[in-house]
Design a protein around this ligand. Structure first.
Ligand SMILES: [Mg+2]
Length: 234
């Protein structure tokens, strides 16, 4: 097992989806629910699938924007609505239902092994714990049963950030909220191209869970349980 370079961190900042829980089983269950929904509502169901697909694709394109020229919270709904010729409210409601609310009951069983004990161990070392995600974090953290372990959350679409990863702004806002300089924060994510790139741009070190190998801006970690040792805390 590789260790992170330098001193152990003074705070740990986590990505949420794919990091605190395994995305695959949740995606499978939501895929089945969408198919069922399309069978039960042959008019509305397939439209929902189209809306969600357009939303996801456009959100990846919006990663390039981070200059504050427009509100990402609005653009993420307005752009797919324009392309599909529907009301932005329909996109917002579909995303809220299918991407934010309906997955919640499936999160707990998909949570990383030893999620809570590892967060408790980090708190035992008196490290502030933060979560920075491109999506709102609070309801998911409650569903995972760890909302009481997390000191601060940051969402990419809140006005103070208004930039998706890998833009560094959300990482910097999180460091400020934790009261720790970015150089002393380690970010833990699951996508090197957004998580490690964004952390590096903010001057943070980074662990990538499940990465095949370490890269220029991250150390690869196989399991969540290894994190304290890799951070030099074990
Ligand atoms: Mg992720």
């Amino acid at each position: 097992m590789e260790s992170i370079e330098g001193e152990p961190p003074k705070a740990v900042l986590f990505d949420l989806d794919g990091t605190l829980y395994d995305l695959e089983p949740v995606r499978r269950r939501m895929g089945r629910a969408l198919v069922l929904n399309a069978l039960v509502s042959p008019l509305k169901g397939p439209k929902t699938v189209k809306v969600l697909k357009a939303f996801r694709e456009i959100r990846e394109d919006l990663r390039a924007i981070g200059d504050g020229s427009k509100s990402l919270d609005e653009a993420q709904y307005a752009e797919p609505a324009r392309q599909l010729g529907v009301e932005p409210e329909l996109v917002r409601a579909s995303v809220a239902e299918w991407m934010l609310e309906r997955p919640l009951p499936y999160l707990l069983s998909a949570g990383r092994t030893a999620l809570r004990p590892i967060l408790a161990a980090l708190k035992g070392w008196e490290l502030p714990i933060g979560v920075f995600s491109d999506y709102p974090a609070d309801a998911k953290l409650a569903a995972l049963g760890v909302d009481d372990m997390v000191d601060i959350t940051v969402c990419a679409t809140e006005p103070e950030v208004n930039a998706f990863k890998p833009h560094p702004r959300g990482f910097l806002v999180a460091a400020e909220r934790m009261g720790v300089p970015p150089e002393e924060v380690v970010y833990v994510g699951d996508r090197a191209e957004v998580d490690a790139a964004g952390a590096a741009a903010a001057g943070m070190r980074c662990l990538i869970l499940g990465a095949p190998a370490s890269g220029p801006h991250h150390v690869a970690v196989e399991t969540f349980e290894e994190i304290p040792n890799v951070l030099g805390l074990g």
